[in-house]
Ligand binder design. Structure first.
Ligand SMILES: [Zn+2]
Length: 170
């Protein structure tokens, strides 16, 4: 098993992501290595895998680091195959305000409710909107510790699941 990536997470632990030993394996194993700065990191994480040579998307810049890692893993999941895409991630307050204005005039380009910049989880880097196969997005979200926070009211919107398996809460 070869190590392909190290992700430093906000809670101060390191996750060593290991490539599958064979092409048939769909999930690699991950080990959390707790550092001295970590206080409550759990010893186990949801199974994750990153393809060798994996590069983070520019589009996920500005996200909370743990959310970013989980979103990247979801997008790269073999079960996804491009059916779920990233519509929106971190937004500047200016961009958020543009969306508020867009939604307010019932522009079909902005169908979903939009929080003002000071309340938006997107502006805080804590939310993403997916596009494409949203049913699959929900399934994959469960696998990677994300959840569809507002359900059908804003079906594209996902955040870190507060009840997700370990690897969180510093
Ligand atoms: Zn959203």
């Amino acid at each position: 098993m070869k190590k392909v990536a190290i992700a430093s997470l906000t809670f101060g632990a390191l996750v060593w992501l290991t490539a599958p030993a064979t092409a048939n394996e769909t999930q690699a194993q991950a080990t959390v290595i707790t550092t001295t700065t970590s206080t409550t990191a759990s010893p186990s994480v949801a199974p994750v895998s990153l393809p060798a040579g994996f590069k983070f998307h520019k589009e996920t810049e500005g996200l909370n680091q743990e959310l970013r890692l989980r979103v990247e893993l979801l997008l790269a999941d073999p079960d996804n195959g491009g059916k779920v895409g990233l519509e929106s991630a971190y937004r500047t307050p200016q961009r958020q305000q543009e969306l508020v204005n867009c939604h307010a005039v019932h522009n079909p380009a902005c169908p979903w409710p939009v929080d003002p910049p000071e309340e938006s989880e997107h502006v805080k880097g804590n939310a993403v909107d997916f596009n494409g196969d949203l049913k699959l997005a929900v399934t994959l979200a469960k696998k990677y510790g994300l959840y569809q926070r507002y359900g059908d009211r804003d079906p594209v919107h996902f955040e870190l699941d507060p009840n997700r398996a370990p690897m969180e809460k510093g």
